[in-house]
Write a protein that binds this ligand. Structure first.
Ligand SMILES: Cc1cc2nc3c(=O)[nH]c(=O)nc-3n(C[C@H](O)[C@H](O)[C@H](O)COP(=O)(O)O)c2cc1C
Length: 170
């Protein structure tokens, strides 16, 4: 963790890492990533995100029953939100818990990249199985699983659409 990347470099070099060294990230690295996730903005500053750090070998093995995509990482974050703690928009009762948890995940991915830790946002999982395996309260919604580790290889991120296809000027 000697050097931290500059912002644009972080955004450009982040990629979905799907192959990790069979080693936990250091506690210093883990704590840095978690601290950076804590800085994420949340609706009405409700901070409903709840992050489970999974490093126990037995639980890592069991998580494979809930998702095919842990990529054998030795540190896996399960990012959820407390449905009773999030901001609900009054006019249409929309809950922003998933949005808040997703922003926290974005911070996690970028913070990890800034210290050369590989990461990937995994959305393919059986939510109830994840909750059962980790003994999460029923009022938690699981938004993403984030395997973390030292990348076996550095890859470029996927291609992106041109701005013309993404931005509409009115
Ligand atoms: C909401 C979300 C869900 C995703 N789910 C998975 C997944 O289940 N498995 C996986 O391997 N990658 C998953 N990804 C990673 C995407 O495939 C990846 O971000 C995308 O192809 C762009 O590649 P890049 O991250 O290397 O730029 C997910 C990404 C997002 C944002």
């Amino acid at each position: 963790m000697e050097s931290k990347k500059m912002f644009q470099d972080v955004l450009e070099s982040r990629f979905s890492c799907r192959s990790f060294e069979p080693k936990k990230i250091s506690l210093e690295e883990l704590n840095y990533i978690l601290e950076m996730s804590r800085l994420a903005p949340t609706a009405k500053n409700k901070q409903p995100q709840r992050i489970v750090v999974v490093e126990n070998e037995g639980l890592l093995e069991r998580l494979k029953e809930a998702t095919p995509f842990t990529f054998d990482a030795k540190t896996v974050l399960v990012v959820s939100y407390d449905k009773d703690s999030c901001w609900i928009r009054k006019n249409d009762s929309k809950s922003y818990g998933e949005v808040d948890a997703t922003i926290a995940i974005t911070h996690i991915l970028l913070a990890a990249t800034s210290i050369d830790i590989g990461s990937v946002f995994v959305g393919v999982f059986d939510e109830q199985k994840v909750k059962d395996i980790l003994d999460l309260p029923q009022n938690y919604g699981v938004v993403g699983i984030v395997p973390l580790g030292y990348p076996k290889e550095i890859k470029p991120h996927n291609t992106r659409l041109d701005l013309e296809e993404l931005v509409i000027y009115k």
